[in-house]
Design a binder for this molecule. Sequence first.
Ligand SMILES: [Cu+2]
Length: 157
Amino acid sequence: MTRLHAYDTLLLAALLAAALIGAGCTTPEGNGTPTIAETTEPTMEATTPVQTPTMNGTEDLGVSMDLIAENSAFDKNTITVPAGAEVTVNFDNRDAGIQHNLAVYETDAAQSSIFVGDTITGPALTTYTFTAPERPGTYFFRCDVHPTTMTGDFIVQ
Ligand SMILES: [Cu+2]
């Protein structure tokens, strides 16, 4: 009787822990009301769901920054953001009659884009919003109108 009670408490604790973590666990049977089974190894089943968390830094993390394009140059050559962040860029094109934008690519080959902002003709302001990649690393940003001179590292941490 006491052993069964101990097992009951242990399983309940494990279920609570799993629920707290928010893992989409597949409990073997009985949700919330664990029925006493004849098994003598309850901890194995109970701990397994705890080890499968479904969240990996996918938080609602927002960052915002200013980016200025002036004399056909960006005011920064590095943009650093947290992984998976919602990025807001307040873009200020100060070049009268000249088009600029901000575009982020996987690499400087600019083959696959992560975000391509609308081109605006200065002087003008716009706001770009996009989601940073989940995978940390050094990506690439540029102005598509001036792809060789207006470039920089887009760093995801
Ligand atoms: Cu440009």
